[in-house]
Design a protein around this ligand. Structure first.
Ligand SMILES: Cc1ncc(COP(=O)(O)O)c(C=O)c1O
Length: 382
């Protein structure tokens, strides 16, 4: 079966956060991380059948969903997950906040920047201190700076928030890099909270390695946050989970969530199961399409058609982290909006002002092509 990722779908008149931001303005929304594609047909079918049932009560995951999740982890990552390790969550940002709430006020939580903003806001929300440690660019590749991370450790440091694959720099960390992460956490006795929401969106030919699988000791100090939501484009349904192998840690995590975090809704559960059971052919074609978009963007920049803009190779995710320092703009985000381009501003990710924007290429080729044309015109008009 062929899936049509070129089909334009009007989201402007739907309940889309991404598109509504620019209602009444000719701005292409290339910001918040959802894609402009319909979810896999198998997911739509399962949702339709669930709606037909008619009763939308309080939800509880079925054994078939739990089995689908365990099978998925075994098939995709060779990870034998005990069903008891799974804690269902209505979102991964929720998971980051619950993890941050472990420990004591004033505890310090490390993360590697630039990074998805909730990595820094979740600790603050929970009266913990977020400690951002800049990544480094080595030979055109973003890497974790282990020396800087070690220098940032204090007696109050308790956790490391890893983003793997990394949003926004698009790295799919190698096993060797993850082994360094794990060794770092062991050396400093840190809880490893690994947000792996983008792990089924690896565009290059490398397998995703969940950090928790590196050793039993790592599993015991880890909370892995996963979801079918990004990959199968169902983030609006909020079906996510934490995998917490250690029973004491899991009990603490569940306690921190109690009374605050709602259950996953019935439609999220149904969609999540259908995606994990039947989504693979769709995912393979999605990856091919996203690779095409990534290559179009990377080649346009490599050909020098966007002077002043640089990027590194996107190994995973549908997000490109554009370095715009060369443009020397005073208010970059507004400048791009004026030229019809709605990027994510880099500053909330921890970048210096007006140095970076994030471009979401989870859109039709036609939208990306139009965005690149607008970008060229914008640069020429400066
Ligand atoms: C790394 C990362 N974690 C979490 C999320 C959001 O997860 P959720 O919508 O499940 O809260 C995103 C969305 O862009 C993300 O990139």
């Amino acid at each position: 079966m062929n899936f049509d990722f070129d089909r334009p779908i009007d989201r402007l008149h739907s309940d889309s956060q991404k598109w509504q931001k620019y209602t009444g303005r000719d701005v292409l929304p290339l910001w918040v991380a959802d894609m402009d594609f319909a979810a896999p047909p198998a997911v739509i079918e399962a949702l339709r059948a669930r709606i037909e049932h008619g009763v939308i009560g309080y939800a509880k995951p079925l054994p078939s969903l739990i089995a689908a999740t365990v099978d998925y982890c075994a098939r995709r990552y060779g990870w034998q997950v005990d069903p008891a390790w799974i804690v269902w969550l209505p979102g991964l940002v929720t998971g980051l906040n619950v993890a941050a709430a472990l420990g004591e006020p004033g505890d310090e939580i490390l993360c590697a920047t630039p990074v998805y903003p909730p990595f820094m806001s979740a600790p603050t929300n929970q009266h913990r201190k977020a400690v951002p440690v800049p990544m480094v660019l080595r030979n055109g590749r973003w890497e974790l700076d282990f020396a800087a991370l070690a220098r940032a450790v204090t007696p109050r440091t308790r956790q490391f928030f890893l983003c793997s694959p990394h949003n926004p720099v698009g790295r799919a960390f190698s096993r060797a890099e993850l082994e360094q992460v794990v060794a770092f956490c062991e050396r400093h006795n840190l809880l490893l909270v690994s947000d792996e929401i983008h792990c089924d969106l690896v565009l290059d030919d490398v397998a995703h390695v969940p950090a928790a699988t590196l050793s039993p000791a790592t599993a015991a100090r880890s909370i892995t946050l996963m979801a079918p939501s990004k990959t199968y484009n169902i983030p609006g349904l909020g079906c996510s989970f934490a995998i917490v192998p250690d029973p004491r840690l899991r009990a603490a995590f569940s306690r921190a969530a109690q009374g605050i975090v709602p259950d996953v809704n019935v439609l999220g559960l149904v969609a999540g199961e259908a995606a994990m059971r039947h989504g693979e052919p769709w995912r393979q074609q999605l990856l091919a399409y996203l690779r095409g978009n990534r290559d179009l963007l990377e080649q346009t920049i490599a050909r020098g058609e966007l002077p002043g803009i640089a990027m590194t190779h996107v190994e995973a995710t549908y997000l490109a982290w554009l370095n715009i320092e060369g443009l020397q703009l005073a208010n970059a985000h507004a400048f791009f909006e004026q030229h019809g381009l709605g990027f994510s501003d880099g500053a909330p990710f921890g970048a210096a002002k007006d140095t970076h924007v994030r471009l979401n290429f989870g859109c039709t080729r036609a939208t990306l092509t139009e965005a690149l044309a607008r970008l060229k015109r914008a640069l020429a008009a400066r």
